[in-house]
Design a protein around this ligand. Structure first.
Ligand SMILES: [Zn+2]
Length: 531
């Protein structure tokens, strides 16, 4: 759930758009492991870092280029003091967004670089106060803001194992991805906390959270330790609010597969988003506690642990594989818990959001036009329409094949990256259906069917005549259900729509007085309303 606060949107418009620019990396790096030593303090916002990075190469390189934000005119950004390999100093240079190391990368070899740096993060690590006035440090890397504070290959297609060794004043606790390895009190009231992820992660979901916490260990679910980390002032309400975690986790483990990470910590944080799905260490906004939507927010971020975190879209145009999946998986969890009507109501609400967005932005779900402003992809196409596409797919192939497709897709791509085409191929294999038209019209075409429907009943022939017209430019293929009613009498007919105009006459044993279009909420469409 990465709903931006409006304040941040304003902020976005005044900073350089190249800041969020991202394409598939061309630096030839394939990072294997990151170890970040980060020192934090209470007197300044300067962080001291030592990054130890082991990388392989996808081709021979004459320079080694990492993403790393240089110190800017405002004094924010990172200054690099030294770069070494095998204890030998290497020459390096910097541009605004990169560290360029004077060394060769050879295909088939791995190099380990140690980079010493310090600075005030311009973004990516949010240093400030919690709503209760306590000092806090929260990583907020999504989508490619990690390189503001850690040297890295800041693209979601390059996954690596990682560890954070955080030295901070000893009144703080530190939470991060993976498993806690060490917690040691040092001199001068400092403490070292060491977390390590054995599972390979994209930089977008690596995180540390450092502040005063109240921590509640909820025990194991399916062998996974689940915990709640909230601000001490919010202890009672926080522990209660995040208690949905166990039930949500059980549902997704049962339906998708084993939880991918070492543990699941649910963390109250300073993320700029409603929630951020950091791997095994979900950050929720500081106001999430007691909020009405906390259960669906938690279901959304938990679903991301499988979709987005462990199976990751290969590049940003395929973001719906992350957000559309998390949106629909949440709907499915809520259907399981609260029943079919709750799903139908959600689908109706989300259909309105999709239609409203399509009036303003005429783009398909798989959208390559936003490489320079990834935040623009946090929209109703990636979330609600992506979710709707999965709903229509489920109705098309049936519940059993739908879940089998979801599980097979996860099993095939877990730990890796996938594209929309990869998902399509899995569903085609599982369902034995040709889904080219389905994927093309719903994901690579903008908008949705705009329908005009006329019908009348002929008393003499006892037949209904119906005309169904697609008013939009690109015609869709889909089944359309219509209920014909008169009091308690009802007949449900399904029409297979393909062309601009579909006409049909059929007998009905009673005279229908009204019709209900799509009574079971199966289709994403809008009606052409004539005033
Ligand atoms: Zn999300």
């Amino acid at each position: 759930m990465k709903n931006l606060k409006s304040q941040f949107l304003l902020f976005l418009t005044i900073i350089s758009s190249s800041f969020f620019s991202a394409q598939l990396p061309t630096n030839g790096l394939d990072v294997k492991h990151y170890a970040f030593n980060i020192a934090l303090n209470d007197s300044t916002n300067v962080i001291k870092g030592k990054a130890i990075i082991t990388t392989a190469f996808t081709e021979n390189e004459n320079n080694i280029v990492f993403d790393f934000v240089n110190k800017n005119a405002d004094g924010k950004g990172m200054t690099v003091f030294s770069v070494t390999k095998n204890n030998e100093n290497l020459k390096f240079s910097k541009d605004a967004q990169h560290l360029i190391i004077n060394d060769k990368g050879i295909l088939g070899q791995e190099n380990t670089y140690t980079i010493n740096y310090e600075g005030i993060p311009a973004d990516g690590l949010i240093i400030g106060n919690t709503k209760n006035g306590d000092r806090s440090f929260f990583a907020d890397n999504w989508p490619n803001r990690a390189h503001n504070w850690i040297t890295c290959n800041d693209h979601l297609s390059d996954k690596a194992t990682s560890e954070f060794l955080v030295t901070a004043p000893d009144h703080y606790q530190v939470v991060s991805n993976g498993r806690e390895i060490e917690e040691t009190n040092l001199s001068e009231n400092l403490k070292l906390t060491h977390w390590k992820s054995e599972v390979e992660l994209s930089t977008k979901i690596m995180a540390i959270g450092v502040t005063k916490f109240a921590v509640n260990n909820l025990g194991n679910v399916e062998g996974i330790p689940v915990s709640e980390w909230v601000f001490p002032e919010d202890r009672d309400n926080g522990f209660k609010s995040y208690n949905y975690s166990k039930e949500i986790l059980k549902y997704f483990v049962k339906n998708i597969g084993a939880f991918p990470f070492e543990k699941l910590a649910n963390v109250q944080s300073k993320t700029i988003f409603g929630g951020l799905e950091n791997a095994g260490c979900i950050f929720y906004s500081e106001n999430s506690i007691n909020s009405k939507g906390v259960e669906s927010l938690m279901a959304h971020e938990t679903a991301h642990q499988w979709f987005g975190d462990n199976v990751t879209e290969k590049d940003w145009p395929h973001l719906w594989l992350s957000e559309g999946f998390a949106t629909y998986m949440t709907n499915l969890y809520l259907e399981y818990k609260y029943g079919k009507d709750s799903l139908n109501n959600l689908m109706k609400q989300q259909r309105i959001q999709v239609i409203s967005f399509s009036k303003k932005v005429k783009k398909p779900v798989v959208d390559s036009s936003e490489a320079d402003n990834l935040m623009n992809l946090l929209n109703a196409n990636s979330y609600q329409k992506g979710g709707w596409v999965l709903h229509i797919l489920r109705r098309k192939i049936g519940d059993d094949l739908f879940w089998k497709s979801v599980r097979t897709y996860y099993e095939t791509y877990k730990g890796k990256n996938a594209t929309t085409e990869d998902f399509e191929k899995v569903v085609e294999e599982v369902s034995h259906q040709d889904l080219k038209t389905f994927f093309k019209q719903w994901l690579f075409t903008s908008g949705q069917p705009l329908l005009k429907i006329d019908w009348k009943y002929d008393q003499l022939t006892k037949k209904v005549g119906i005309n169904i017209e697609q008013k939009q430019i690109d015609f869709f293929e889909f089944p359309l259900s219509i209920a014909f009613k008169n009091g308690t009498e009802m007949v449900l007919k399904t029409f297979n729509i393909k062309n601009k105009l579909s006409k049909e006459d059929f007998s009905v044993s009673f005279e229908p007085k009204e019709i209900m279009i799509d009574p079971n909420v199966d289709l994403l469409f809008e009606m052409d309303v004539i005033n």
